[in-house]
Design a protein around this ligand. Structure first.
Ligand code: SAM
Length: 197
């Protein structure tokens, strides 16, 4: 099963429904916003935001198969008249966020459930700061919660893989002067952290 279910027009990909989380990220339609989604997977957040009136959405992911699928969905949606006119402002690019890059600035930058894949806490800090710097209005992070009272923790899953979990304290320490909004998931051990400029 795919990480993201995509159901728009003539596209129907089975997967996990990310709509409830999307609504937490964007409680209001992101009309006229520019959005960068780092670690976009199949592009669900970009497709949704775009269909709700976002002006420009760029999704990046280091996994070529995900970007190929996102681009093929985009091609298929070209024939779906609801978002046909807006399609040129929707792009997907394969790139690794750990490498140097500069895509300019966006009103909203998303980094949702990506840092737990990193193997070094230093990488997480670099990428979180980069995302914050690229955001004009708000940078939004999706993270796994630590199980202990620490600012970060390496969780070990059943297969023995390490996953980085970040507490809200990690973000308040990193951005002591910003307004920070924390939304704890009611269904699993995850949180959405919004850092406002
Ligand atoms: C758990 S999925 C989350 C997908 C999406 N952000 C969401 O919340 O629905 C993590 C995504 O991050 C991507 N990813 C992991 N490391 C990355 C990196 N270094 N650069 C870009 N994308 C990365 C993976 O390929 C995967 O699509």
């Amino acid at each position: 099963m795919e990480y993201q279910k995509i159901k728009f027009g003539n596209v129907d990909i089975e997967g996990k429904d990310r709509y409830p989380e999307y609504r937490l990220v964007f409680p209001e339609k992101p009309i006229d916003k520019t959005i960068l989604d780092v670690g976009c997977n199949l592009g669900f957040y970009c497709f949704m935001a775009h269909s709700e009136g976002a002006k420009r959405c760029l999704g990046i992911d280091n996994h070529s198969a995900f970007i190929m699928t996102a681009n093929s969905i985009k091609e298929r949606l070209k024939y779906y008249k609801m978002i046909q006119s807006a399609i040129p402002a929707l792009d997907f690019i394969q790139t690794d966020v750990l490498n140097d890059y500069n895509y300019g600035t966006f009103d909203v930058v998303l980094l949702l459930y990506v840092v737990h894949h990193f193997t070094k806490i230093e990488d997480a800090e670099i990428v979180i700061r980069k995302c914050y710097d690229m955001a004009n209005e708000v940078a939004i992070f999706g993270v796994l919660n630590p199980t202990e009272s620490v600012s970060f923790q390496w969780l070990i899953n059943r297969k023995g893989n390490k996953k980085l979990a970040l507490a809200d304290k990690y973000f308040t320490d990193l951005f002591p002067n910003n307004k920070i909004e924390v939304i704890y998931s009611t269904v699993d051990e995850r949180s959405i952290i919004k850092i406002w400029k």
